[in-house]
Design a binder for this molecule. Structure first.
Ligand SMILES: Nc1nc2c(c(=O)[nH]1)N[C@H]1C(S)=C(S)[C@@H](COP(=O)(O)OP(=O)(O)OC[C@H]3O[C@@H](n4cnc5c(N)ncnc54)[C@H](O)[C@@H]3O)O[C@H]1N2
Ligand code: MOO
Length: 395
């Protein structure tokens, strides 16, 4: 198998998965997931013409008054009697206009005394000033959120305002993480010099856990074919996505591919034209999708950012599961790129973006300091300071 371009590999991975079954969850649990059906307004907002300011509800044509104050309209307590000519109602923000009123005179431009109110400032410049028209935000039945849209905080608020208390979304994916390698110990355990904390598992759980995934950390499995085979088969029984970490390359102890095969997995691809992260693999194992990430921490992180997160978005029913991309202005030149697309750790600031000095695929310190990945496509020529580069923003 030769190296697959990143976009092709991602498309092939996403084709291995379909959105998970639908469940309905309260709005409080829906943030960050994707609408599984179009969300329509169940009411009109505002439901009546409302005042946007504290003041007096008047007829614009009757300026500058005076008007006789015949009542008061507050939010939730409307004054429902039609205003006769020359009448006004005291009104507060969010309150319904009484029938007959068409404009708000704000109280800063009015003086009230002895049951009368007069305009004392410039007054409203036009009829309808400071009135929020019925249906100005949305009308009953209007489509507000498309199926597959991410439920951002604002969309959660919109759904609530539109009369929804719960929304249909896709069930969260169960993601099993399996760290492989004789050298690994659990984070926090004693580490003799020939041992290493399994930092990738908590890092990937932090990267991918949350609204889209329930992480099941199956711990560390030694470099042993039988043990790996058994662990992968068990993971496939309990998870929607099996993520293996390490053992993905070509060394004598890189047993993930033979163990996956022994556990019944069918690999779709192995090795992607990217740096870091080349020995990434994907396929199906039982009912689950399997994603094999390389063990080098930055390779695992970049692989999860470019492949695992989009896979979780697809399982959640996202319209566009690709990672979030943006453009930034490069502060210094960068050399030509070889046959693999480079994902360089970078820092993006107001004045532009710079690549970190250290880019080796085991360097967690520079990864922790980075806020984006600079994308340098395979085969790209050198690039000068001041040019635009594509970036993947990191959360
Ligand atoms: N002859 C070749 N050697 C290598 C190639 C190659 O093409 N030919 N590819 C290199 C590339 S690129 C990468 S990336 C690495 C990744 O290989 P593996 O996925 O097999 O990773 P390991 O060998 O298991 O580990 C690499 C490195 O990462 C550490 N590691 C592993 N798991 C964890 C973990 N859970 N937490 C923290 N650190 C972990 C491990 O100790 C190693 O230091 O292969 C190159 N080799
Ligand atoms: O592709 Mo590897 O991730 O360069 O170290």
């Amino acid at each position: 198998m030769s190296l697959l371009p990143v976009a092709d590999a991602r498309a092939r991975l996403l084709a291995l998965a379909a959105p998970l079954p639908i469940e309905t969850v309260p709005l409080i649990d829906a943030a960050g997931r994707h609408a599984a059906e179009p969300v329509l307004a169940r009411r009109t907002q505002p439901a009546a013409d409302l005042s946007a300011m504290d003041g007096y509800a008047i007829r614009f044509a009757e300026r500058p008054g005076p008007w006789r104050i015949v009542g008061e309209s507050a939010a939730g307590r409307p004054f429902a009697i039609p205003l006769a000519p020359g009448e006004a109602a005291r009104i507060f923000t969010g309150a319904a206009l009484p029938p007959g009123a068409d404009t708000i005179l704000i109280q800063e431009e009015a003086t009230a005394a002895d049951g009368l109110v007069r305009m004392t400032g410039k007054g409203p410049p036009a009829q309808g000033e400071h009135v929020r028209r019925r249906g100005a935000d949305f009308a009953d039945g209007a489509p507000l959120i498309a199926s597959g849209d991410r439920l951002t905080p604002a969309r959660i608020g919109l759904a609530a305002a539109a009369g929804h208390g719960a929304l249909p979304v896709r069930r969260r994916a169960r993601v099993a993480l399996i760290s492989t390698g004789d050298e690994l110990v659990p984070p926090g355990a004693p580490t003799p010099d020939d041992r290493l904390p399994s930092s990738n598992a908590p890092m990937l759980a932090a990267l991918c856990g949350g609204p889209l995934a329930e992480i099941v950390d199956l711990g560390i499995v030694p470099d042993d074919l039988a043990a790996l085979t058994a662990a992968f088969a068990e993971a496939a029984r309990i998870a929607d996505v099996v993520v293996t970490i390490g053992g993905a390359s070509v060394g004598d102890h890189d047993l993930v591919r033979p163990a996956l095969a022994a556990a019944g997995a069918a690999l779709d691809f192995w090795r992607v034209a990217m740096r870091p992260g080349k020995p990434l693999m994907a396929g199906r194992i039982g009912d689950a999708v399997v994603l094999g990430l390389p063990g080098n921490p930055v390779s695992a992180f970049v692989g999860a950012t470019l492949f695992l997160k989009p896979l979780l978005a697809r399982l959640s029913g996202a319209v566009d599961p690709a990672p979030p991309m943006a453009f930034a202005t490069l502060l210094h030149p960068l050399p030509a790129v070889g046959g693999r697309t480079d994902f360089l750790r970078g820092i993006n600031q107001m004045d532009g973006i710079r690549a970190m000095n250290r880019q080796d695929s085991a360097g967690l310190s520079s990864l922790a300091a980075a806020d984006c990945l600079i994308v340098r496509p395979a085969g790209a020529p050198p690039i000068a300071a001041g040019e635009q580069v594509e970036i993947v923003t990191l959360a």
